[in-house]
Design a protein around this ligand. Structure first.
Ligand code: AMP
Ligand code: TRP
Length: 337
């Protein structure tokens, strides 16, 4: 039986975090046997807000090495860099011409990010890439005809937009795309900020104590978990609304131990926050030490280039076939019917 296809990417804007690991990478690794996976570093998305050349280059290489260090296997999954497959940008333009500004204006991520730009420099100069970002994401997805797109909760709205654009194109030009479903993990699709657990953990946070980066120094990680915001109740119970900090630690522990929330609550029954933090810290430290060891091996070898070349070749076959079909159906190839 043919395997179902999945496509996903992670933006190369900064260091990958524990949130990226639990919400995305861990699942990619788990699913790579069962599905035909296409996983890329979204470096074109990485330039939507200004970024220095050397920082960007470093982020791209680091992200790829981390994908492998976290367990993505180039013999199972197709792993590549977004900009190596020019069809992503080409399709993005065709989709842009079939997307309304109103739809893009309604995206929560755009509203959040553009309001930050405004607040920072007091002007209306919002990069237009920030508005167009979800169209490029729709192109990333529709290009490969996946049935599923594994992402964290924050990407839900973008996947819905990709589906509407796909459906619109299909009804306007004839069937050209498979309409995908989003796939979010039952647990861990939104790991929270350690200092402000009402927000998601984000690599773009200005306070490094808020997030754990996969390449963080181990002593720093221990300190960050120790200083994670909880509450004064000293009761280890999952209650996202009233106890977001504690619930976040419970989620992290459950995800890393691969057990349910109930099992974690049972495990910590009658124990205090000190113990909770210590045990969460041990799990995170174990994970990070394993990842960092593999990362060092990979980053200092020439495996990355070899694997990427292999991945790009496989992705290119699918992408070029699809872009030709799209161009024919839209009427861009004057010789074709
Ligand atoms: P980004 O870093 O925004 O490019 O996100 C890459 C992937 O990681 C997406 O599938 C996100 O939904 C997921 N992700 C990012 N931050 C978190 C988080 N704090 N918790 C769970 N998933 C996350
Ligand atoms: N926008 C996604 C994020 O920030 C990353 C991404 C880009 C993506 N293209 C994608 C995810 C295609 C899934 C499919 O999380």
């Amino acid at each position: 039986m043919e395997k179902k296809r999945m496509v996903s990417g992670i933006t190369s804007t900064g260091k990958l975090t524990l949130g990226n690991y639990i919400g995305a990478l861990k699942n990619f690794v788990k699913l790579q046997d069962e599905y035909e996976m296409f996983i890329f570093v979204a470096n074109l998305h990485g330039i939507t807000t200004p970024i220095e050349k050397e920082v960007l280059k470093n982020n791209i290489k680091q992200s790829i090495a981390l994908y492998f260090a976290c367990g993505l296997d180039p013999n199972k999954a197709t792993i590549f860099i977004q900009s190596d497959i020019s069809e992503h940008s080409e399709l993005a333009w065709i989709l842009t011409c079939n997307t309304n500004i109103g739809e893009l204006n309604r995206m929560t991520q755009f509203k959040d990010k553009s309001s930050k730009v405004k607040a920072n420099n007091g002007t209306e100069y919002i990069p237009s890439g920030l508005l167009m970002y979800p169209v490029l994401m729709a192109a990333d997805i529709l290009l490969y005809d996946p049935e599923l797109v594994p992402v964290g909760k924050d990407q839900k709205q973008h996947i819905e937009l990709a589906r509407s654009i796909g459906e619109r194109m299909n009804s306007k030009y004839g069937n050209m795309f498979v309409i995908p479903e989003e796939y979010t993990p039952k647990l861990g699709s939104k790991i929270l900020d350690l200092q402000d657990p009402t927000k998601k953990m984000s690599k773009s946070s200005s306070n490094p104590k808020s997030y754990i980066a996969l390449l963080d120094n181990i002593d720093e990680v221990k300190k960050k978990i120790k200083s994670a915001v909880t509450d004064s109740e000293n009761l280890i119970k999952y209650d996202l609304e009233n106890k977001p900090g504690v619930s976040n630690l419970i989620t992290i522990y459950s995800c890393l131990k691969n057990i349910s929330i109930e099992q974690t609550e049972q495990h910590f029954l009658g124990k205090d926050y000190g113990i909770l933090k210590e045990e969460v810290s041990n799990e995170v430290v174990n994970l990070l030490m394993t990842i960092q060891k593999k990362y060092e091996e990979i980053i200092n070898s020439n495996m990355i280039d070899e694997y990427l070349e292999k991945g790009a070749k496989k992705a290119k076959i699918v992408a070029s076939k699809k872009i030709n079909k799209v161009k024919n159906l839209v009427g861009l190839n004057y010789k074709r019917k």
